[in-house]
Design a protein around this ligand. Structure first.
Ligand code: PA5
Length: 429
């Protein structure tokens, strides 16, 4: 279950001012999303796939993942933006920090930047290993993954007779270079539904295949998201929901000049999740010269770098903590007879309790410093809970976008740098 604690934000808001988002306008935006009558309504496939689950597809992905796990030391996932951030987020959240296992397929990412040094080191690292590649690109034309795949394809063909069996393509049903390549190479293919944008695609094969190869139970993940989706479907004009409250509060603060939102985690496993959230919110809201700038921060690490600004810098920030109630770690601080480090006041306390007090102290200090903050609580880190959280944020960003008056499902701004880069690279028209 996901709950939203708003105690440290209420003092900044009081009564809703005229013209500001409020419960009524939020419910209107929510109804627009449900009925498909808002801007960008031809890109609501991320909801449809949950409302009408395709269990056969989930089974197929699970069986492909089993084949990869059985045969691969390494799976290289090639993709950028929405074609890799979701998989990385879920895998980081749900797999151990450190694990030594001969059984495990290591998941590596490529095509998410254009560092030649990285590609050279990656190819050297892969030498002597059994490698599979999942190339993920909806358009099939994005330079970063296309370039990385050219190198990896060449490397696979030089190293394996069954190179074509080691490639899995995740792309548009028909368009793009990956489909063209398949006319010569019978790569296994998964389809990205045309009505699902990249940043909303983690629960399609884009995210689900790498996540399944990492050993995560994708059925629980998917059905967790579906449970959150059906909960929200049930909300009509007289109800409310934490995801809608989250959208309302951040939108009201935005209307009052709070233009930057930090999503703060105290569990480093959730840092990549904050990275996924950052893309979802940045690309969905930042347009028409409007929108909250989203930034993921990892505490307590970043309290020693950004902490000064958060506490005392320009007051344009709001903060959302993403916390997990049940930490499964059991280690506690032991009493030390000399106490030379002066830490005996912590003796007997669980490590996780100390982390919790750090959160409580930060939340309190930030409220005192004029930084409105709220907390999203997950009961525990499980596939189902992460699935719920994914849909929570997806629904909330769509509602926030409608409140802002933008189309949350397009991203016209990302084309500008590509045009300039391709001109500099001399790409033929
Ligand atoms: O959210 C988006 O649409 C983008 O981040 C895309 O996912 C990203 O640009 C990669 O695009 P593609 O999958 O077409 O290679």
């Amino acid at each position: 279950m996901i709950t939203l604690d708003t105690d440290r934000i209420n003092s900044f808001l009081g009564e809703s001012a005229p013209g500001e988002p409020n419960r009524e306008t939020v419910l209107r935006a929510h109804a627009q999303l449900k009925s498909g009558s808002g801007p960008g309504s031809s890109f609501l496939g991320w909801r449809d796939l949950l409302l009408d689950p395709n269990d056969a597809l989930l089974e197929d992905i699970v069986s492909t993942a089993a084949r990869v796990r059985q045969n691969a030391d390494v799976l290289v996932c090639v993709g950028i933006g929405g074609s890799y951030l979701g998989a990385r987020a879920v895998i980081s959240a749900l797999t151990p920090y450190l694990e030594e296992s001969d059984e495990k397929t290591e998941i590596l990412f490529a095509g998410h930047h254009m560092s030649g040094a990285y590609m050279q080191e990656l190819l050297a690292y892969l030498e002597g290993k059994s490698v599979f590649v999942n190339v993920i690109s909806k358009s099939g034309t994005t330079l970063e993954p296309a370039l990385a795949f050219r190198f990896l394809r060449d490397w696979l063909e030089r190293n394996f007779e069954d190179a074509d069996d080691r490639v899995i393509v995740t792309t548009d049903p028909e368009k793009g270079a990956l489909n063209a390549l398949r006319s010569d190479h019978p790569y296994k293919k998964y389809v990205i539904p045309p009505d699902v944008g990249g940043r909303f695609s983690v629960l399609t094969p884009v995210g689900l295949l790498p996540i399944a190869v990492a050993g995560v139970d994708i059925r629980s993940l998917f059905y967790g998201a579906r449970a959150m989706c059906t909960d929200l479907e049930a909300v009509s004009t007289d109800g409310y929901h934490p995801a809608l409250a989250y959208a309302e509060l951040r939108s009201r603060l935005y209307a009052r000049g709070y233009t930057i939102e930090a999503l703060a985690v105290f569990e480093p496993k959730l840092s990549d999740f904050a990275g996924w959230w950052q893309q979802l919110y940045g690309e969905s809201e930042g347009k028409d010269k409007k929108g909250i700038f989203p930034v993921g921060v990892q505490y307590s690490t970043d309290l020693h770098s950004l902490g000064q600004y958060m506490q005392d810098g320009r007051r344009q920030l709001l903060e959302t903590f993403l916390m997990v109630r049940l930490d499964k770690s059991t280690i506690r601080v032991a009493k030390d007879s000399d106490n030379l480090d002066g830490l005996n006041y912590l003796a007997g306390k669980a490590y996780s309790e100390i982390n919790l007090r750090a959160y409580e102290g930060t939340s309190e200090a930030h409220e005192d410093g004029g930084l409105p903050n709220m907390t999203i609580w997950l009961d525990q880190l499980t596939p189902a809970a992460i699935g719920e959280l994914i849909y929570f944020f997806e629904h909330a960003v769509a509602v926030s976008g409608y409140l802002l008056g933008v189309n949350p499902f397009d991203q016209p701004g990302v084309e500008a740098y590509k045009k300039a880069m391709f001109r500099l690279l001399g790409r033929p028209e």
